[in-house]
Design a protein around this ligand. Structure first.
Ligand code: PA5
Length: 438
């Protein structure tokens, strides 16, 4: 089966050898039920559906304020450190890394926009010490993001960075290098921002971290990196309209995706390996892993979301996927048009024996690697499906983000869990706080 909606095409032909027609027909009804639950606000966690209307809801005024803040930070910074963890950083990182040059950190002369880097997503002493060491000689600013305003990892990183900024610029100027994105009313970060007079953006109460990319959480860092948040929002809004308008299973790829992955799960394929052939999508896959892992892994249930970047990982995970435990299904994402054309040159001596590929684009070779992999994995007992997008642009990424959020909510409802809470994350915190004597 193949469904295209806006710029996303989903092809599930390589799943069908593993399922019966009656199984597929019966799960279609479940997908439609989940779709109605979502759009009628009648499912669990319905007080966290702020993301559902977000693209069409982000008011012009907020967009302008975000663009202004980005412009202000960009002018005074070579580097912008985004401080957050989980849903408070992965979306922005996914979008920025998908769009920017893979070697931007080496591109010093050409850079019109600051390098956006990330902290507060771990508590490694070396990571943060090394960060402070390199920031010593650079003009930088900090965007600190935490919905609760109490998460330990970004709080520690922010304390270090604030301290460093204040020593570097003096307290008053330092405060102009800081933007806080947090809850409207509560949390230690909110209090601190009020006390110090930092510029603030709000994460609405009905918006969970991993569904917040289309708010200031994702938009401000993406704008700082020099990408068009208007285009990103446009893509998300077009996808919102399209998905909300397609209650018919055969026209809605989010329903198809949610249905197929639940069918696979029920057949013992409990791991979904999300694979791309593009390193630029490494963090998009990380974002997807967090979105699906935190949304579905609960109550003793859930598809384990794993990721791979091929062909790199064909030389590491490839053996396992081909021949290991048969509990995997794969989801590929393919980009039709690269940002830059590059083909394989002719060589007089042909000593590397590559002349049979002379003049061929790398994307042509990459596609053959993907098609060969899909067939090999299918033959090895790994069903797979493929998303195809035309190219990597702000607007297509906006559409993709909204698409995967929407499909995740449907899939979670079909699985019978609340896709919008994360009670399990509290357990490690409790133990850590006890051990720290908090
Ligand atoms: O998706 C989520 O809700 C979580 O991953 C949070 O984003 C993460 O735990 C960070 O929380 P906070 O933004 O409160 O610091």
């Amino acid at each position: 089966m193949e469904i295209t909606l806006n710029n996303i095409k989903l092809n599930t032909a390589n799943i069908f050898p593993f399922i019966q027609d009656d199984e597929f027909n019966s799960i279609k009804g479940e997908a439609v039920k989940a779709y109605n639950m979502l759009l009628n606000y009648s499912g669990t966690g319905n007080d966290f559906l702020g993301w559902l209307d977000l693209p069409s809801d982000v008011m012009k005024k907020e967009l302008l304020a975000i663009e202004d803040a980005a412009h202000f930070l960009r002018k005074k910074s070579d580097v912008i450190v985004v401080t957050g963890i989980g849903g408070s950083y992965l979306g922005a990182r996914a979008v920025i890394e998908a769009l920017q040059n893979n070697f931007k950190f080496l591109q010093k002369k050409k850079n019109r926009y600051p390098l956006v880097i990330f902290a507060g997503q771990n508590i490694s002493e070396d990571y943060h010490a090394e960060l402070l060491e390199v920031l010593e000689d650079l003009k930088y600013s900090v965007i600190v993001i935490s919905k609760s305003g109490t998460t330990t990892e970004p709080a520690i990183a922010f304390r270090l960075l604030r301290n460093h900024l204040e020593r570097k610029y003096g307290k008053e100027i330092a405060s102009t290098h800081i933007v806080v994105i947090t809850d409207e009313k509560k949390g230690a970060l909110k209090k601190l921002a009020g006390k110090e007079g930092y510029k603030q953006f709000v994460i609405p109460a009905d918006l969970g971290g991993r569904y917040s990319v289309v708010s200031a959480v994702g938009l401000l860092p993406v704008a700082c990196a020099g990408f068009s948040i208007k285009e990103f929002l446009k893509g998300a809004e077009e996808m919102e309209t399209a998905l909300k308008g397609k209650g018919n299973f055969d026209k809605n790829p989010a329903m198809l995706y949610a249905a197929v992955r639940n069918l696979m799960y029920r057949k013992g394929k409990t791991t979904e390996l999300f694979a791309s052939f593009f390193p630029s999508l490494y963090y998009f896959i990380e974002w997807w892993k967090q979105l699906y892992g935190e949304s579905e892994g609960k109550d003793g249930k859930g598809i384990f979301p794993a990721g791979a970047v091929y062909s790199t990982d064909l030389h590491s995970l490839g053996q396992y996927v081909q021949d290991g435990l048969r509990n995997i299904f794969e989801t590929f994402i393919w980009i039709e048009k690269p940002k830059y054309p590059l083909s394989i040159p002719y060589a007089d001596d042909n000593s590397d024996e590559l002349n049979y590929l002379k003049g061929k684009h790398l994307n042509f070779v990459n596609e053959k690697a993907m098609l060969g992999t899909m067939q090999a994995h299918l033959d090895g007992g790994v069903p797979n499906m493929t998303f195809t997008i035309p190219e990597l642009t702000e607007s297509i990424l906006g559409g993709l983000v909204y698409f995967f959020e929407f499909a995740c909510a449907l899939s979670g409802y079909m699985l019978g869990v609340n896709p919008f809470d994360q009670p399990g994350v509290e357990m490690y915190k409790k133990n850590m706080f006890k051990l720290l004597g908090k």
